[in-house]
Design a protein around this ligand. Structure first.
Ligand code: OSB
Ligand code: MG
Length: 368
C-alpha cells in the first residue's frame, strides 16, 4: 500500500445519560476519528480515550501530537506499508498504545477492504453474533440503579456490570441481587478505586457470587492484585493494568487475574489484542471484550474481536442506543440479547456522511 493521506476528525456526540465511574462523569463522547487513505482503499478508526487523562494517561489533544509528530512519520517512512509492519515500526515510541491502536486499526481497515476480507474472518472469529452485557454507572441512589438495571434487562442484556467505588459497593450489589436474583450474571468494575488496605471490604462482595471484580487496585500493580486474589473468592479481572500480551502472561503466572478484559485500544490494536486473547485462552483464562463508550466506528471492530473462541464471557459491547440517541454510523441494534458481528470488508462499517458532518468539531490533515 502507498499512504496518501491521514485525516483527523474531532467529533462530539452527546450520551443519552451521564456515565459516572470512580474516575469521573462523562456526558459526551468527545474524541477523534482517523481516516487513512491509501492507493488501494480507505480506512476508519476511533481514538478510545477522552479529553482528560482520567481512565489512562493518554488524552485527545496529546494523542493528536503523538500521531502527527512521532507515529505517522514512521508509518509514512515504511518502504512496504502493511498493517503487520506498522507496530514494529512504532515500537521505539514508548507507550501511547491508544494512539498506536487508532493508527493501526484505520490502516487494517483499509488493507482488509483492499482484500474484500471482514476483520472477523481475519482475526479468526467463530461466531456471527455475540452476547451483549451492559456497564451501569454509579447512580445517586439505589432505587435509581435498580430502575436502570430493570430497564436494561427488559431490553435483553444478558449480563450486568456495576461500576463501584468506596461507599458504593456492597449496598448496590446486595440490592441488585435481592431484586433480580442469584442467577443474574453480575460483575463489578472499580477502575482502580481501592487499595490493598480495602481487602476486607472487597471480601464482603464474595457472598454475592459475582462473575468477577474488575481492576480493583491501582493500575499496573500486579503484585497487589495477586495478594488481593489470595484473599478473595471472586475472580479478579484486569483492565487498566494490561497493556500487551507479555504483561498478560505475567499477570496470569502471578495469579494477579483469573479473567482478562481485552480492549484493543489499551493494548495497541487488534493484532496485539489477538495475542492477548491467545495467551489467556491457552491458559484457560476467560476473556471478554471491554468497551470505551465507542461510536459505531469503534464498536464494529470490537464485535469482531468478541467473536473469538476465547471470549467466553459477555462483553461491554452494548447496542448504540445504550450510548447515543443518534450514532455516527448505522446503529448496532440488540436482537435477543446479542449484537451482530459485522460481515462486510474491513471493520464492516463507515461513518454516515450527514451524521459525521453534524457531529464534527474540526477536521484537518495530519499527513497529505
Ligand atoms: O473501565 O471498562 C471500563 C467506559 C469508559 C472507560 C472505561 C470503562 C468504561 C466502561 C463502559 O465500563 C464500557 C462500555 O459500555 O463501552
Ligand atoms: Mg474497566
Amino acid at each position: 500500500m502507498k499512504l496518501e493521506r491521514v485525516e483527523i476528525v474531532h467529533v462530539a456526540i452527546p450520551l443519552v445519560t451521564p456515565f459516572r465511574t470512580s474516575f469521573g462523569t462523562m456526558t459526551t463522547k468527545d474524541t477523534f476519528l482517523l481516516h487513512v487513505v491509501t492507493d488501494v482503499a480507505e480506512g476508519w478508526s476511533e481514538f478510545a480515550a477522552d479529553p482528560e487523562p482520567l481512565y489512562c494517561s493518554e488524552f485527545v489533544a496529546g494523542a493528536e501530537i503523538v500521531l502527527r509528530d512521532f507515529l505517522i512519520p514512521r508509518m509514512a517512512a515504511l518502504p512496504h506499508l502493511t498493517t503487520a509492519a506498522l507496530a514494529p515500526a512504532l515500537a521505539k515510541i514508548k507507550g501511547h498504545e491508544l494512539a498506536k491502536a487508532a493508527l493501526e486499526t484505520a490502516l487494517l481497515d483499509a488493507e482488509l477492504r483492499s482484500y474484500g476480507m471482514p476483520l472477523a474472518t481475519y482475526l479468526g472469529a467463530v461466531r456471527d453474533r455475540v452476547p451483549a452485557g451492559v456497564s451501569v454507572g454509579i447512580k445517586n441512589s439505589v432505587p435509581e440503579l435498580l430502575d436502570d438495571v430493570e430497564r436494561y434487562l427488559a431490553q435483553g442484556y444478558v449480563r450486568i456490570k456495576l461500576k463501584i467505588e468506596p461507599g458504593w459497593d456492597v449496598e448496590p450489589v446486595r440490592a441488585v441481587r435481592e431484586r433480580f436474583g442469584a442467577s443474574l450474571p453480575l460483575q463489578v468494575d472499580a477502575n482502580t478505586a481501592y487499595t490493598l488496605a480495602d481487602a476486607e471490604q472487597l471480601r464482603r462482595l464474595d457472598e454475592f457470587g459475582l462473575l468477577l471484580i474488575e481492576e480493583p487496585l491501582e493500575e499496573n500493580n500486579l503484585h497487589a492484585h495477586a495478594r488481593l486474589q489470595q484473599r478473595l473468592r471472586t475472580p479478579v479481572c484486569l483492565d487498566e493494568s494490561l497493556h500487551h500480551a507479555r504483561d498478560t502472561a505475567a499477570a496470569i503466572a502471578l495469579d494477579a487475574c483469573r479473567v482478562v478484559n481485552v480492549k484493543p485500544a489499551r493494548v495497541g490494536g487488534y493484532l496485539e489484542a489477538r495475542r492477548v486473547h491467545d495467551v489467556a485462552h491457552a491458559h484457560g483464562v476467560p476473556v471478554w471484550c471491554g468497551g470505551m463508550l465507542e461510536t459505531g466506528i469503534g464498536r464494529a471492530p470490537n464485535l469482531a474481536l468478541a467473536a473469538l473462541p476465547g471470549c467466553t464471557l459477555p462483553g461491554d459491547t452494548s447496542a448504540s442506543a445504550r450510548y447515543f440517541a443518534e450514532d455516527i454510523t448505522e446503529p448496532f441494534v440488540l436482537v435477543d440479547g446479542h449484537l451482530p458481528v459485522p460481515a462486510g470488508p474491513g471493520i464492516g462499517i463507515a461513518p454516515l456522511p450527514d451524521a459525521l458532518r453534524r457531529f464534527t468539531r474540526e477536521r484537518r490533515d495530519l499527513y497529505a
